[in-house]
Design a protein around this ligand. Structure first.
Ligand SMILES: Nc1ncnc2c1ncn2[C@@H]1O[C@H](COP(=O)(O)OP(=O)(O)OP(=O)(O)O)[C@@H](O)[C@H]1O
Ligand SMILES: [Mg+2]
Length: 355
């Protein structure tokens, strides 16, 4: 296996993040992509830089997470990070991106707006999903290339000016669609062989293929998301792109030690001892003689917990076998508020994103 297949810099916890400026966060639906992407953005910004978080699914997931009203199509500072850093959020949508594109390359914003009224923009992005994808990935890659002090086209500024954003994090489509979404070149190939859209697609692909870009996979310690992670990683590697971290989200610590778990899973918990323990704990709800029944119920629950944990251990082992660093984030009770986000961001920093 060569370096590219394994990902760049294969050793150490920081290997998944080192040198990257475009972080693409994918994973099975509902595993925590939006949460993890936001926490990663906050973690990267906590080094003191400016980070852009781009949402491309048009679902306003970041606004929901941050308890904000729906966000417009503009880069807006949403979170201030430690050390003077900041997270800006762009809720990208294909139609607005197309209008901006038409204005940028053809100076035709007004014409574009007329096209919108006619439904032509919607029509164009619906019949040509490749166009939709290249516009959205184009927004993110343009932000990666943008230099300080310049207008958005990087050609307007000196090549050695510092970057406007230290990093860009994308809350990306789920694993089932990520390869197609990122493969804008081949998607656009059937659409435009030459001309500005083709050139645009080539520039987008150049950033995505570079070592500056990493695709991170969010998963749970469950069979289905782990399977999607395996398949997704194989697809992304097959495209010649770099895989970053496997983010294992919503991890709960086991309630027993190794020996206790093994005994519980084998159904070998001593229920008499449990009953005595319950008695000693003076569980007053249990009347005399009920401690045994309660202990049997409890033993069953402990057994289920132990079996679940052993399954999780097996899935963790399989994920480790994928050859990329695992970043584990705890399951936080009571939902994900700003404090919880900061906690998850520290988790990222301690496991490599902070280097
Ligand atoms: N570490 C965590 N601890 C507790 N709850 C979490 C954690 N991570 C995510 N959640 C919760 O799980 C739910 C799904 O998370 P999120 O919206 O980030 O997933 P997603 O992968 O973006 O989903 P979708 O596929 O719908 O876009 C949310 O309610 C979120 O608050
Ligand atoms: Mg989401």
């Amino acid at each position: 296996m060569n370096d590219r297949e394994q990902g760049p810099r294969t050793s150490g916890p920081g290997a998944a993040f080192a040198g990257a400026r475009l972080h693409i966060v994918t994973g099975k639906g509902g595993t925590g992509k939006t949460t993890a992407a936001t926490a990663l953005a906050l973690s990267l910004a906590s080094r003191g830089g400016r980070v852009l978080l781009v949402e491309v699914e048009g679902r306003q997931g970041v606004a929901t997470l941050l308890g904000s009203p729906a966000l417009p199509y503009e880069e807006r500072e949403m979170i201030s990070a430690p050390n003077g850093g900041s997270v800006h959020v762009l809720a990208a949508d294909a139609e607005a991106a197309l209008l901006e594109y038409l204005e940028m390359f053809y100076g035709m914003r007004r014409a574009g707006q007329a096209l919108t009224r006619l439904g032509a923009v919607d029509f164009a992005t619906t019949i040509a999903p490749g166009l939709r994808d290249v516009l959205l990935t184009g927004k993110a890659t343009e932000a990666v290339r943008r230099r300080a002090g310049g207008r958005r086209r990087s050609t307007d500024t000196p090549a050695d000016a510092p970057f406007h954003y230290g990093a860009v994090v994308m809350d990306a489509p789920p694993t089932g669609r990520i390869a197609q979404f990122l493969n804008v070149n081949s998607e656009v190939a059937g659409l435009a062989r030459v001309g500005p859209i083709r050139n645009h697609a080539d520039r987008v692909m150049e950033v995505i293929r570079s070592e500056q870009t990493r695709v991170h996979f969010v998963t749970l310690l469950e069979e289905m998301p782990a399977q999607e992670t395996r398949d997704g990683i194989a697809e992304i590697r097959g495209m010649g792109l770099d895989v970053g971290a496997v983010v294992v989200n919503m991890v709960s610590p086991p309630l027993l030690d190794g020996a206790g778990l093994a005994a519980a899973a084998a159904g070998e918990l001593d229920t008499a001892e449990l009953a005595a323990g319950l008695k000693a704990a003076r569980l007053d709800t249990a009347r005399t003689g009920e401690h045994e029944a309660l202990a049997a119920d409890l033993a069953e629950e402990v057994r289920a917990h132990a079996l679940r944990h052993l399954l999780e251990e097996r899935v963790r082992g399989e994920l480790e076998g994928l050859g990329r660093p695992l970043v584990e984030l705890p399951r936080l009770e009571g939902g994900v508020d700003r404090d919880a986000l900061s906690h998850l961001a520290r988790g990222f920093a301690e496991q490599g994103a902070g280097q």
